[in-house]
Design a protein around this ligand. Structure first.
Ligand SMILES: [Zn+2]
Ligand SMILES: [Zn+2]
Length: 302
């Protein structure tokens, strides 16, 4: 009897032969409620070896032009749209988008700015006032955002959970193709270098970095370094520098495969049900609780 097989194709955001650049897109300074000046913040990130940084103060557009002279890092213009509702990160902002109570209007105005994109911030922050963080229902009701924060560093010292991969898997599983972002949301020195995005780009300029972010060519890290993510037919191969465990996760957060090693391979089984898996994303666990999260690799009918 002929076995029923499934023709699928894997779609990966990752590319070959690129450099990895590391950066934070969610940073506060004395222009809003941050404790340090932009100069001090920029110097700090530069000293830690970051390649790019966005200053994203609450409803204040801090133009990076005047600070670009003082640093080798690429400064990307940003704002955190904050008043009147849950916070939205506006990356590569050209002008300030007003904090309309109607958050869909905020997202539409961000989308209207060329090469800008929006990230829904800290969904698992237990904010002191309701409505400062996104409920799952609210995120589901909105469209036109590139992703959500799956790790927000400052929540390590605030009520709530820095990690939001639960929210991410729910959105992905319900058909929202959104990327996961990792940010410090730094307000003071103790918040710096808690979580970052590592982008695949051969070019250090802002345009190519932003393009790579929009296309999902990056991973999120709190300390694990990924060397490469490659796909061939039904194989997914991931190489890291320091993972001790790697997990392959599909729709609804189901763990399909775990390997206790620095590198791992997973072959998607030839089974008609794998189409329902929808995606595979990888979580890497490293020393001292460090982690890394890849973007989803989509599973589509062949
Ligand atoms: Zn916020
Ligand atoms: Zn913030």
């Amino acid at each position: 009897m002929a076995k029923e097989t499934s023709e699928i194709r894997l779609i990966s955001p990752y590319a070959e032969g690129q450099r990895w650049l590391r950066g934070n897109l969610h940073t506060h300074t004395t222009f809003s409620d941050g404790k340090r000046t932009p100069e001090a913040v920029i110097k700090d990130y530069e000293n830690r070896g970051y390649d790019f940084l966005a200053i994203s103060d609450h409803d204040v557009f801090v133009k990076p032009d005047k600070y670009q002279r003082m640093t080798q890092m690429t400064l990307i213009p940003g704002v955190e749209v904050s008043a009147n509702g849950p916070h939205i990160l506006h990356v590569n902002a050209q002008t300030l988008v007003p904090p309309h109570e109607n958050r869909q209007q905020v997202l539409d105005e961000i989308s209207a700015q060329p090469e800008s994109f929006a990230v829904l911030n800290h969904p698992n922050w237990l904010a002191p006032l309701p409505d400062l963080h996104f409920s799952h229902e609210r995120m589901r009701s909105l469209t036109g955002y590139a992703g959500i924060e799956i790790y927000n560093g400052v929540i390590e010292r605030l009520p709530g959970i820095p990690l939001a991969t639960d929210q991410w898997d729910l959105l992905l599983s319900k058909g929202h193709r959104v990327w996961g972002f990792g940010h410090d949301d730094s307000h003071d020195v103790q918040d710096v270098e808690l979580a970052w995005n590592v982008v695949q780009s051969h070019d250090r300029r802002g345009g190519p970095i932003v393009a790579a972010l929009r296309e999902g060519r990056f991973y999120v890290s709190t300390g694990v370094e990924i060397q490469s993510v490659r796909i061939k037919d039904r194989h997914i191969v991931i190489l890291t520098n320091n993972a001790m465990r790697i997990r392959f996760i599909s729709r609804w957060g189901v763990i399909r495969h775990t390997m206790d090693s620095q590198a791992a391979e997973f072959i998607i089984p030839d089974d008609p049900n794998v189409r329902d898996w929808m995606y595979i994303r990888m979580e890497c666990y490293g020393p001292r609780g460090s982690m890394a999260w890849t973007q989803p690799i989509w599973i589509e009918a062949g």
